[in-house]
Design a protein around this ligand. Structure first.
Ligand SMILES: [Zn+2]
Length: 484
């Protein structure tokens, strides 16, 4: 599908977004003064966000796209409207259409155009690599019609598409099943990205992981025959202090000896969405030439069962020498991230660490599947992060890391244990565990267990991996000022 900016509709199939109780936007009148829509059809139209109705004039086909009430409008509503539009266009016989961007939308035009490019790219994504019957949309061309076309808006559209494509790559990695997306596959993808965009990538194999004394990662991978990989990416000017992105890359999580229920266990192929996020962010950062020093760390393994698997009660030793009692082998994400955090601190001394992890079921209980759990040991980045979240319509909600709960991960036989108190603040316990490794470094922990994939269509995405955080992070990073 080709997206292009234009100042006039190129197609006879117009998409006109309209707020509830408002008339056809002035921009449409500016294009065609004589445009008369059948009054009856408009009167019938129930303007809810994402609702759509097709009407015909003598020589035009017009889809009215509901935006709901103007006072409720946010970038998230626009993203939902675009997703709804994309879904409807799949069933429409047309090879092109013109999406009119009403100039009355209360959002900066360049931000809106970028979001449109992103949302159209994200919502036209299909994962059908294992299907013979690939349902491809006939729609080849969408013009995005703006009142004042400019170089700035052209750039915004290109950026939106670029970030959308990077997110879609990340989604594909995550959507592939565990027998295709192994730790080696992730590593090979990282190496290919690094080669294409000329940044550096080192992949540690089990022997080197052992040399680095990453006992937690080794403990998790013991039960699997698939060799683990520890992926290290580095992009941008090395003289600047680094921002480190750490992504959980569990390519399949059975829970280990503390095995998960079999119902919905197939979804555990998505336990590497954090790692896929990091790869998507690197792709977008390189495409957009972001002037930032980025380090990416993806510890990648499977969590399976065998005669060699780590057992509840075992004590593992982390890279930095922390002893960890394993209470539940299914709380393995925090283990491999603990070693990853140790590694990135020892080798890169980053200014800020952001981690992406499908870490806890408890975050779903607390926040449901629309909000990522946000934890941090600093308030420095709160505003920038919140702004990026609003602009990109990737939502989060803050959760605490209070000192009162530090005891929750104390062990009677080791320094810490890998779960908190039964039934108490489970998402926080995951964060507390990571905090033990982070120490004083500024850090943001994103528990994406509720948002990284979905098995029911949401207002802004279809089923499968969502690449939650790729767009948000790119927006955050390009506005972040890190000085020496
Ligand atoms: Zn697990």
């Amino acid at each position: 599908m080709n997206l292009a900016l234009s100042s006039k509709p190129q197609s006879k199939f117009l998409i006109i977004p309209v707020f509830a109780k408002e008339k056809i936007p002035a921009v449409v009148r500016a294009i065609d003064k004589n445009l008369q829509l059948p009054a009856l059809a408009i009167a019938d139209f129930k303007n809810k966000l994402g609702a759509a109705q097709i009407v015909y004039t003598q020589d035009l086909r017009i889809m009215i796209l509901g935006l709901g009430e103007r006072k409720n409008f946010t970038p998230a509503s626009w993203r939902s409207a675009i997703f709804s539009l994309s879904s409807r266009l799949q069933g429409v016989e047309a090879d092109s259409c013109s999406l009119i961007i009403p100039s009355s939308i209360p959002e900066r035009p360049d931000a809106l155009v970028e979001l449109t490019g992103f949302a159209l790219t994200h919502s036209s994504y299909q994962f059908n690599e294992y299907k013979k019957d690939k349902k491809l949309s006939k729609l080849g061309q969408i013009d995005i019609v703006v009142k004042n076309k400019s170089k700035k808006l052209e750039k915004a559209l290109t950026n939106g598409i670029t970030i959308g494509l990077a997110a879609n790559e990340s989604r594909s990695l995550a959507n592939h099943p565990g027998n295709h997306a192994t730790p080696t596959t992730l590593a090979n993808h990282a190496l290919a990205l690094a080669k294409k965009y000329k940044f550096s990538c080192t992949v540690l194999e089990p022997k080197e992981i052992e040399k680095e004394k990453m006992g937690l990662l080794m403990g998790v991978s013991r039960g699997s025959d698939e060799p683990s990989r520890f992926i290290v990416l580095e992009y941008g000017p090395k003289k600047k202090p680094a921002v480190a992105l750490v992504g959980k890359g569990l390519t399949f999580d059975s829970g280990g000896i503390s095995i998960k229920p079999s119902e919905r266990m197939e979804e555990m192929k998505y336990d590497m969405c954090g790692g896929a996020d990091v790869l998507g962010i690197f792709q977008a950062a390189a495409e957009l030439n972001l002037p930032i020093h980025l380090v990416g760390i993806i510890p990648s393994t499977e969590n399976l069962i065998s005669g060699k698997a780590t057992k509840p009660g075992d004590i593992l030793v982390s890279k930095s020498g922390v002893t960890v009692e394993i209470i539940n082998t299914d709380a393995e994400g925090r283990l491999i991230l603990g070693d990853a955090i140790d590694y990135v601190k020892a080798h890169f001394d980053p200014r800020l660490i952001i981690d992406y992890a499908t870490l806890t079921g408890a975050v779903l209980v607390a926040l449901g599947d629309e909000y990522t759990g946000f934890f941090s040991n600093t308030k420095k980045y709160d505003r920038l992060f919140a702004q990026a979240s609003t602009r990109t319509a990737e939502k989060f909600w803050p959760l605490p890391l209070p000192v009162e709960y530090e005891d929750h991960i104390k062990s009677s036989v080791a320094e810490i244990r890998n779960v908190g108190e039964r039934g108490l603040a489970g998402a926080t316990a995951g964060g507390m565990f990571l905090k033990h490794f982070v120490g004083e470094t500024d850090w943001i922990h994103l528990d994406i267990a509720g948002t990284a994939w979905t098995m029911r269509p949401k207002s802004y995405t279809g089923i499968g991996a969502t690449a939650w955080g790729v767009y948000l992070t790119v927006d955050f990073l390009r506005n972040l000022k890190i000085t020496n």
